[in-house]
Design a protein around this ligand. Structure first.
Ligand SMILES: Cc1cc2nc3c(=O)[nH]c(=O)nc-3n(C[C@H](O)[C@H](O)[C@H](O)COP(=O)(O)OP(=O)(O)OC[C@H]3O[C@@H](n4cnc5c(N)ncnc54)[C@H](O)[C@@H]3O)c2cc1C
Length: 382
């Protein structure tokens, strides 16, 4: 049987997978970058990119940071407007600009950068169907029955990815999971320049409705909630988002002349408020596959990029030492949780607190409107 051999197989070429490939680009290792989609491809998301994105990419290659900052398809933002249930707005300014960029463009940008290198072999439109890790190597079967063999597999295949399913006992836990829907609109009015918005409503906290501006007078509009709350209260997210747009006075006027450009689509968010198995013999998991999303804001692209970078760097060490045992993978787990766990734990506590006492958002907003210090503290938190 014809088996294609690689040093490393990366399953999934989203932000985690492409960044992992970038971290391996100059290693000389032969890397398969496998994705079931072809690029450019869409991903259901709010499209908000963290302010530190350029800096993280710069640690892989300073040229990447430059390319990212000159990448034009993104809308720069530096103010988060939080609308409390009492409709008061709190403007939180950030010293470094973040950005809103459609995933079609951002993910394709990373993918194109990664696949410029001759040792990164893109295998697109190919779904990984089976993964088996032995003490000798990893066997991978694609949808068309193509067989691959690698020393190491890196699971960057998102929520409920096949690598985690086949190589760990990780299970979805609705207590640490959110679900959200989004659609693209044009002509939403009254978006303040440089601002992106979160709207909280009575009875829906800690869920929120968002309006994130995109270039060309477009906006990413969405609504998300904790999965346990959604299922307890039997909330249909699509219907709820439509209801908010049509019935909330402060929102409906802004959508009077708006046009919905895409269907409302939903997807799951595995939250980083619990630790799961993210490494083992011959494998590491990154991004959503490793359940790393910020439990308060739903932000996961930055976490995907950070963990993808660590996995790439750590894989190089494993090859230097020719050690792919579960113990040899543990420093990767440590790096990821040392970097992300503290912040995720604090945000999880805040998420629980506002779930129990939703009126806190009104109180903090009322205080923050008058106090620079409160605004600074809240900005630091989110
Ligand atoms: C509605 C919504 C809004 C969000 N908003 C934001 C936001 O504004 N900002 C933010 O930072 N985060 C946001 N997130 C979270 C963010 O989308 C994820 O954290 C991020 O996409 C994780 O990147 P990833 O590379 O780990 O996974 P993904 O982006 O999901 O990439 C996984 C890749 O793996 C491929 N794949 C999957 N299975 C296989 C297989 N078997 N074989 C081959 N390929 C496979 C997929 O095709 C995909 O390309 C949001 C999420 C949702 C659902």
């Amino acid at each position: 049987m014809n088996i294609q051999k690689f040093d490393i197989a990366i399953c999934g070429a989203g932000p985690a997978g492409s960044t992992c490939a970038l971290a391996l680009a100059k290693s000389g290792l032969k890397v398969a970058l496998i994705d079931k989609s072809t690029f450019p491809r869409d991903k259901i998301c709010g499209d908000a990119l963290a302010p530190y994105m350029g800096q993280v990419l710069g640690t892989i290659d300073p040229k990447l940071k430059e390319l990212y900052s000159s990448f034009e398809q993104k809308e720069a933002v530096n103010t988060l407007r939080i609308f409390a249930p009492n409709t008061k707005a709190l403007d939180l300014s950030f010293p470094i600009q973040g950005a809103i960029c459609s995933r079609m463009d951002f993910d394709n940008f990373l993918f194109e950068q990664a696949t410029k290198y001759p040792n990164i072999y893109p295998l697109l439109g190919q779904s990984v169907k089976d993964v088996e890790a032995t003490s000798e190597h990893v066997n991978i079967t694609l949808g068309d029955q193509t067989k691959l063999q690698a020393q190491l597999i890196i699971g960057c295949d998102g929520t409920q990815g096949i690598v985690s399913k086949k190589l760990t006992d990780n299970k979805v836990d609705l207590h640490h999971h959110s679900a959200a829907v989004r659609a693209y609109y044009s002509n939403v009015t009254d978006i303040q320049p440089g601002s992106f918005e979160l709207h909280y409503f009575k009875g829906l906290v800690p869920g929120y409705f968002w309006i994130f501006p995109l270039p060309g007078n477009k906006a990413n509009v969405g609504f998300g909630m904790l999965s346990e709350t959604t299922s307890e209260r039997k909330v249909n997210l699509r219907e709820k988002m439509q209801e908010l747009i049509e019935s909330v006075p402060s929102i409906k006027d802004r959508f009077k002349d708006a046009e919905r450009l895409t269907p409302v689509k939903g997807f799951g968010l595995p939250l980083g408020s619990r630790k799961i198995t993210i490494s083992g013999e011959r494998f590491m998991l990154c991004g959503d596959a490793a359940s790393l999303i910020d439990p308060l804001t739903g932000e996961g692209i930055g976490q995907a990029v950070i963990s993808g970078r660590y996995a790439g760097w750590h894989a190089i060490k494993c090859f230097e030492q020719q050690d792919f045992s579960a113990e040899a993978m543990l420093p990767y787990r440590k790096m990821v949780y040392d970097k992300l766990w503290k912040a995720n734990s604090v945000r999880y506590r805040v998420q629980r607190l506002i779930t129990r006492f939703p009126w806190l958002i009104n109180s903090i907003t009322n205080l923050g409107v008058h106090s620079k210090l409160v605004r600074k503290l809240v900005a630091k938190l989110v």
